[in-house]
Design a binder for this molecule. Structure first.
Ligand code: ZN
Length: 88
């Protein structure tokens, strides 16, 4: 099933391990966008699912819509997931 939100995310988000977290502006970036619907953190969403390297954010709604398509795993906040492997 195609969705307007899907472009090339499967190339880098398939099977990703995600962490539910509050968006923090302490880092070098002061905002991010949901990888799928482009909702803006922290204005539109104050928390969401991020990849463990914090490079990609996914809002709660998109997570629910696509978690099966992408086979996402949710890790406990700050804890490495089982079957930990390096991501670059
Ligand atoms: Zn979204």
């Amino acid at each position: 099933m195609e969705d307007w939100r899907i472009t090339n995310q499967h190339q880098y988000l398939d099977g990703a391990t995600l962490v539910w977290d509050h968006y923090s502006t302490d880092d070098a970036w002061d905002h991010d966008h949901c990888e799928l619907c482009w909702a803006k953190f922290p204005e539109d969403e104050s928390a969401g699912y991020r990849t463990r390297d914090s490079r990609h954010w996914i809002c709660k709604r998109c997570f629910e819509d696509f978690k099966e398509d992408f086979s996402w795993t949710v890790a406990e906040n700050g804890q490495p997931a089982k079957n930990n492997h390096l991501e670059n």
